[in-house]
Design a protein around this ligand. Structure first.
Ligand SMILES: [Zn+2]
Length: 313
């Protein structure tokens, strides 16, 4: 009995869950998007003893009805049937395959699950997703389905939450998310990004922080803190989806900001601290990361997971 209680207390310390599937790999081969990163992150998290294998949970694929809370039925059918046009595939900038469809369906299920787990444990991480360039009727910029928008809509439908905030720190603006939630007063979208970079145009988020090229740690953190304070002053969400892109890193191939790995850790900590001060749960998705050395991308994402865990209950 005592032993059981002791064991429970011990395991309680490892309460944050990591949502992951081996099938998250988008099957991209030799592409600037290293979709093998999901597996490499899992391996590093285990190797660095940030979490144990018992902390990983497998998501179910999102249902078609869940996906239709955000995406048009016609687009969903085209994805399922492999009927995207040449131009639609070109716009995705990644090759279409049945494995890709399987992966993004699972990632959407993963972000729904991470949202639920965050409500329970204060933080949770989906080791995938953050596909913020996906619009209701099309995908682009490596993003097929907007997994965390689907998470928000499903949790609202379940009445698990009323109001949500997206804090998008990927170097690229969250255009799909901004379009999906435009005019919706139950969702506040914050995006901090490099202004002079994809996407063009940038449909307005609730709060866009447009950074000039080459911004470094101090300038970035000052702007992010100001933005988070403003957003959380104006709006009280029941849940935050944190889009923790690794691509504001100074050695990223698709980004033009100049954050260090330590600066990105401080960024993560700032987001969790601001959320914790208001008792708001945070579900993390990983989003982009295209460092010249894939090990750097893995390190940045793994740091995010380690810091998220410090804030779990
Ligand atoms: Zn990006």
């Amino acid at each position: 009995m005592l032993f059981a209680l002791y064991f429970q207390l011990l395991t309680f310390d490892f309460s944050m869950k990591l949502v992951y599937s081996d099938q998250y790999d988008l099957n991209l081969g030799n592409h600037v998007f290293p979709s093998i990163k999901y597996r490499l992150i899992k391996e590093k998290v285990l190797r660095d003893q940030i979490a144990g294998s018992q902390d990983f949970v497998e998501p179910l694929a999102a249902s078609e009805d869940d996906i239709a809370l955000v995406h048009h039925r016609e687009y969903i059918r085209k994805l399922q049937a492999g009927k995207l046009s040449y131009l639609e595939i070109l716009r995705l900038e990644i090759p279409y395959s049945p494995e890709l469809v399987r992966a993004v369906w699972l990632c959407a299920g993963g972000s729904i699950l991470a949202g639920r787990l965050a409500l329970q444990d204060a933080t949770a991480v989906n080791l995938g997703g953050g596909f913020h360039h996906a619009y209701p009727d099309h995908g682009e910029g490596f993003c097929v389905l907007n997994d965390f928008a689907i998470g928000i809509r499903r949790l609202q439908k379940d009445q698990a939450i009323e109001r949500a905030m997206t804090v998008d720190c990927d170097v690229h603006q969250g255009n799909g998310t901004a379009a999906i939630f435009a005019g919706d007063h139950t969702v506040f979208t914050l995006s901090i990004h490099q202004e002079n970079n994809y996407p063009y145009p940038k449909p307005p988020s609730t709060l866009d922080i447009n950074l000039r090229d080459g911004v470094e740690d101090a300038g970035y953190l000052k702007e992010l803190e100001k933005g988070l304070d403003q957003a959380l002053h104006e709006f009280s969400p029941d849940l935050i989806y944190y889009v923790a892109g690794a691509d504001p890193y100074r050695d990223d191939q698709l980004g033009g900001l100049r954050l260090s790995i330590e600066g990105l850790e401080r960024r993560d900590r700032l987001v969790f601290e601001k959320a914790r001060a208001k008792n708001i749960p945070v579900a993390v998705t990983l989003a982009g990361g295209y460092a010249r050395r894939v090990e750097d991308t893995i390190q940045i994402h793994t740091n995010t997971i380690r810091i998220a865990k410090e804030f779990a209950k």
